[in-house]
Design a protein around this ligand. Structure first.
Ligand code: SF4
Length: 322
């Protein structure tokens, strides 16, 4: 089975059980995003390829840790040998840190508001990065919103100012104000990600009440002006109820504006618990459109230095998952 086919099918399943030797050091625990608060996840890698899967003892797909990160994946009658990756913070090779683990908004697909985590201090974040400095090549920052979007931005800017000390490329993905791209650029941030989340404005209104879809487009356009092509990203979730045609229109519109879409299969949690995950066939079809739209606009996802497009754990990424 080729890698792209295997990853699409694993992403459709979403979870694996883990057995064999103790593997605590390989388990990633997320404090942000749609998968936050679960029982952990594991990165399974083969060569330069990787996939991140939630841990579920009831999954019929099994990974057996053989020791020292060597692992066997048992899937659909196949035995696939690979290895487990040790997360830096949240993902391998990067310190991907959630500054504030709570949120005043209630996006329907996200469990962060229900977890109600706390805000990390600057000292704590500096200590976290220092502890993994020897095995990361980038720092990525995201955050919920504790008080207001403006107050959160100010706090994240202060964090980023301190993180410049490490001399690593920094990627930032937060709820933006109109001025966020300019403020981040001034601090030397390398890449930004502002998430549209839904393929259409109607779906966005249903999924993210109180947030502004038009502002996101405005902020993405400004970001491309100042960060340049291949340095601006936007998550769009596959499986919120959009049609393939709506998703294709959104992907092509983002790419035509110089933004690299990050196409994230729905992880059905929070209000969407029980909703179907996108099928492997749909993921492969969308991947082909994604690939074609990037090529048509002269974009290259393999140049990403930070955040999800560089990590490539949770999505099929053109240029990485061939
Ligand atoms: S792809 Fe993004 S969300 Fe998934 S593990 Fe990597 S950095 Fe985290």
């Amino acid at each position: 089975m080729q890698w792209k086919e295997l990853k699409a099918r694993l992403l459709e399943a979403g979870a694996v059980s883990l057995g064999g030797e103790p593997a605590e050091q390989y388990i990633a625990r997320s404090a942000a995003g749609p998968g936050a608060g679960g029982s952990g996840a594991i990165f399974f890698a083969m060569g330069g390829h990787r996939v991140k899967l939630a841990l579920d003892p009831l999954s019929t797909i099994e990974i057996v840790h053989r020791g020292n990160g060597n692992a066997d994946l048992y899937f659909d009658g196949n035995l696939i040998t690979g290895r487990l990756l040790e997360p830096g913070f949240h993902c391998p090779d990067q310190a991907f840190i959630t500054v504030t683990g709570s949120c005043i908004f209630h996006c329907r697909y996200c469990s962060v508001p229900k977890i109600g985590g706390r805000r990390k201090s600057v000292e704590e974040i500096m200590g976290m990065v220092e502890s993994v400095r020897h095995r990361i090549h980038a720092i990525s920052i995201t955050s919920g919103v504790q008080g207001s979007i403006e107050e959160e931005e100010a706090y994240v800017l202060d964090v980023v100012k301190h993180l410049a000390f490490f001399g690593l490329p920094i990627g930032v993905s937060i709820f933006p104000t109109e001025k966020t791209p300019d403020h981040l650029k001034e601090l030397g941030v390398a890449e930004v990600k502002f998430n549209l989340e839904a393929a259409t404005p109607d779906l966005f209104m249903k999924m993210c009440p109180g947030l502004d879809y038009d502002l996101l487009w405005q902020v993405l356009d400004r970001s491309v002006q100042i960060f340049g092509k291949n340095r601006v990203f936007s998550n769009v979730i596959i499986g919120l109820g959009e049609t393939d045609a709506e998703l294709e229109a959104c992907i092509r519109k983002l790419a035509s504006r110089g933004v690299i879409p990050v196409l994230r299969p729905l992880n059905p949690v929070a209000d969407l618990t029980g909703a179907p995950r996108p099928t492997a066939d749909r993921l492969k079809k969308i991947f082909t459109i994604h690939e074609d739209s990037l090529t048509a606009e002269g974009l290259d996802a393999s140049l990403a230095r930070t955040m999800c497009t560089n990590c490539a754990g949770c999505d099929l990424v053109p240029g990485r998952d061939e």
